[in-house]
Ligand binder design. Structure first.
Ligand SMILES: [Zn+2]
Length: 126
């Protein structure tokens, strides 16, 4: 299992490559923003998190799975991740940014939706 804080995972690389191909500019790990979102698109004032289902307790099967060994440790840790995520989303929104969350289990669909949304917005401003 990868660490929750690690970056440059395969799902993140996939999203970056898709955005890049579609011609969108982004920066990585927005350090100035709460929770250091995985991708920041300054032009759209939009931040993107690419979430692993297990680590961020997605509502899918993998996200609802909690290890049986060291159950209490894992439960605390995963609950804490969920609390921290919620606080980060709120803080980012409060700073006037929009947020999008892309989930590992629906990465292709979520990424496609994001690119299509950004393409629409780009078309409108041109
Ligand atoms: Zn999931």
């Amino acid at each position: 299992m990868r660490n929750v804080r690690s970056s440059n995972t395969a799902p993140e690389r996939y999203v970056r490559s898709l955005l890049h191909k579609a011609g969108f500019r982004f920066v990585l790990g927005g350090r100035a923003l709460p929770g250091k979102p995985d991708l920041v698109l300054p032009r759209y004032r939009l931040v993107v998190w690419v979430h692993g289902c297990f680590w961020h307790s997605h509502s899918c099967k993998k996200g609802r799975t909690r290890p049986k060994a060291n159950a209490e440790f894992w439960s605390d840790k995963l609950d804490e991740n969920v609390r921290r995520d919620a606080a980060n989303y709120e803080a980012v929104l409060a700073s006037g940014w929009e947020t999008r969350i892309l989930w590992e289990c629906t990465l292709r669909e979520d990424s496609r939706d994001l690119v299509s949304e950004l393409s629409n917005r780009r078309a409108k401003r041109e």
